[in-house]
Design a protein around this ligand. Structure first.
Ligand code: AOF
Ligand code: ZN
Length: 372
């Protein structure tokens, strides 16, 4: 490989590492990474780095340019998404790159947002900047998948998380069951932080009264929005999710049948209550729920339960990844089956999902399935 192509790839991979740091915190915007470097002889020297800040602004490029200062003049930039071309709260990044005197831009892929869509690369080229597009495109698309799903498919990315006993149970009705080791709990909390929202069915709230926060040391502020899918508004007003909605936002998506009076009682506590349409089975239509959440700006959802919601999401083909934690101990009696038939069938279909090699997570085993 040519030296400059190898350097472009290395700088893009570095920008991708930066972009991953913002995952879960930039919605409705994508998390983008940018690296600015100059060549000193044969060696690249990094003079600026940036990633999209919490809430989606400032953008990655302006962060990197601010760090580089005058060193940006004549330098190269690697950026994990086409620089924006539209006027938002600040002028377009493409114009900021031109103004900073950057000579060469290595970009991963064209921004699908209709406000940009090739316009950023065009601004750069018109200014005489060399643009190389398509570097590490697959990896960059994977990092930006939540944003792409929202813009292109009008739904957020969905990751399913499941925990089961060795004999395949998620728990016993009405009682919380600890199926995961400390190491698995840490992994789950880290995954929570990298998503915009955690979603559960009301059954999980009734059974577990969960907190659904990121409780890793120093990371509490990375707790995402918590969403309950609750057709009849059965969430208890005394639940943890309602009681703590002032420190971490709680949204409930309910159906048209729940009374407005009931909805108001939750709103009075600080919960955001939204309505979506029902499916033919008289339960909330998960596709309608996801469209609504995308409209509200969410790009990455972690669905943590229960088995009915997981099955409905996968049967509707709304799932991008599935993480399954399996404990070494069996439950040893009847319980709630973790993987309902629709989910099992989908995961066994190699045209739909590919399994990564299982790994150990403490005493549990962990397997991740990717959408093909
Ligand atoms: C970039 N760099 O770091 C990000 C970009 O609402 P605004 O004005 O902040 O614009 C959001 C759009 O900008 C978003 O839909 C996407 O097209 C792009 N995001 N662009 O150049 C960044 N986060
Ligand atoms: Zn921008």
């Amino acid at each position: 490989m040519e030296i400059s192509a190898a350097i472009d790839g290395a700088m893009m991979r570095h920008a991708l590492v930066l972009a991953r740091r913002g995952l879960g915190r930039t919605w409705p915007n994508p998390s983008v990474g940018a690296v600015i470097w100059r060549m000193e002889g044969q060696d690249p020297v990094i003079v600026g780095r940036g990633f999209t800040q919490a809430g989606g602004r400032p953008h990655a490029e302006t962060q990197a340019i601010a760090m580089a200062g005058e060193a940006a003049r004549g330098a190269s930039m690697a950026v994990t998404l086409e620089p924006c071309a539209h006027h938002g709260k600040t002028p377009p990044c493409a114009e900021a790159i031109v103004a900073a005197g950057i000579r060469r831009v290595v970009s991963a892929f064209e921004d699908p947002d209709p406000r940009v869509k090739g316009g950023g690369h065009a601004i750069l080229r018109q200014a005489g900047i060399e643009v190389v597009n398509g570097v590490c495109e697959a990896e960059a698309r994977a990092v930006a998948l939540g944003f792409i799903r929202r813009i292109v498919d009008h739904r957020p990315l969905v990751t399913l998380k499941l925990a089961q006993t060795a004999d395949g149970y998620a728990g016993v009705t009405g009682r919380q069951l600890m199926v995961s080791s400390t190491s698995s709990k840490h992994r789950v909390h880290l995954a929570r932080a990298a998503h915009d929202a955690i979603m559960v069915g009301v059954g999980t709230v009734l059974a577990d009264n969960p907190d659904l926060t990121c409780r890793l040391p120093g990371m509490m502020q990375f707790s995402p929005v918590r969403i309950v899918v609750d057709t009849h508004l059965d969430t208890p007003l005394e639940s943890r999710l309602v009681e703590t909605c002032h420190s971490v936002p709680t949204w409930i998506v309910t159906g048209p049948g729940a009374t407005e009076e009931k909805a108001e009682a939750f709103r009075a506590q600080g919960v955001i209550v939204e309505r979506a349409a029902l499916g033919s089975d008289k339960r909330l239509d998960v596709v309608a729920v996801l469209h609504l959440l995308a409209e509200r700006g969410l790009t990455r959802i972690l669905s943590e339960g229960g088995p009915m919601l997981a099955e409905a999401l996968v049967v509707a083909d709304m799932v991008d990844g599935v993480t399954i934690y399996t404990s070494p101990e069996p439950l040893g009696r009847e319980g709630i089956v973790a993987m309902r038939p629709g989910l099992k069938k989908a995961l066994a279909n190699k045209k739909r999902f590919a399994a990564a090699k299982p790994i150990a997570s403490g005493r549990d085993s962990l397997i991740h399935y990717y959408r093909v």
